[in-house]
Write a protein that binds this ligand. Structure first.
Ligand code: SF4
Length: 99
């Protein structure tokens, strides 16, 4: 979907509401993309590698028992992707096949 676009310009990754978080590590164990990390000192899960998050994926938010994980608005994501595709087309840096 967006593999030709610069990942660093796409703000899609989870954030954790620590007022709700139980530190049960369910998200850490669930996600295989190394997005989350355990901080032993603080005894809590961190979003250690946010750019590893798959664009548009919200699966970890579904498994969090207290709905502590949030993602940006998908409408905003669509606008960002559209803008980046237009920029890539205009500069000739896109593959031309992204939809
Ligand atoms: S699954 Fe939810 S409650 Fe558990 S560590 Fe992750 S954010 Fe915290």
């Amino acid at each position: 979907m967006s593999d030709a676009l610069p990942r660093e310009k796409i703000d899609w990754f989870p954030t954790i509401n620590y007022e709700l978080c139980l530190a049960d590590r369910a998200c850490l164990e669930f996600c295989h993309n190394d997005v989350f990390a355990w901080n032993e000192t603080e005894r809590r899960v961190l979003v250690g590698n946010p750019r590893n998050c798959v664009i548009g994926c919200t699966s970890c938010a579904q498994i969090c028992p207290v709905e502590a994980i949030r993602f940006p608005d998908k409408g905003e994501l669509r606008l960002t992707l559209r803008r980046l595709r237009a920029e890539a087309t205009a500069t000739g840096t896109g593959r031309g096949g992204a939809s």
